[in-house]
Design a protein around this ligand. Structure first.
Ligand code: HEM
Length: 117
């Protein structure tokens, strides 16, 4: 079970890489108002949701304690991120504030995941 959980943590990290990487590589474009939510960001956000839910199930099946409040906060933030990216996925220019919000909320989730012990 440990190996399976670690595989899903790895997939979870790959999801963060796609979502946050998509944001970080477009910060200059964001400043110019020309950034857009590419497929990597959408698929990264979806990967976070699927692997996150799987991790909750796997940890519970393995009798490992899951911090439900922390997971709930992460889930709520991701739902906002996923909603924004999904709704605006076809827009060629995403507003600076909306694009920045997705990057900021994703970074916040990384800190919640790592600092909230
Ligand atoms: C953008 C959204 C998210 C980010 C950036 C993120 C980030 C992370 C990171 C960096 C870890 C590994 C660090 C650790 O084990 O403490 C992790 C673990 C985990 N994540 Fe996420 N996560 C996100 C969304 C979610 C969602 C939506 C769920 C559940 C519905 C979830 C459930 C979990 C679980 C169960 C673990 C392993 C157990 C734990 O230590 O908390 N994550 N996440």
């Amino acid at each position: 079970m440990d190996v399976l959980i670690n595989v899903f943590v790895a997939l979870h990290v790959i999801g963060i890489a796609a979502l946050l990487g998509g944001f970080l590589t477009q910060m200059k474009a964001m400043g110019e108002g020309t950034a857009r939510f590419g497929p990597a960001m959408l698929h990264g956000a979806l990967t976070m949701l699927v692997t996150g839910v799987a991790l909750v199930g796997l940890n519970q099946a393995d009798d490992q304690a899951v911090n439900n409040v922390k997971i709930g906060v992460k889930l709520a933030i991701l739902v906002v991120v996923l909603g924004l990216v999904y709704v605006k996925r076809d827009e060629e220019r995403v507003d600076k504030a909306v694009f920045g919000a997705v990057g900021g909320l994703t970074a916040a989730n990384v800190f919640i995941a790592t600092l909230w012990t």
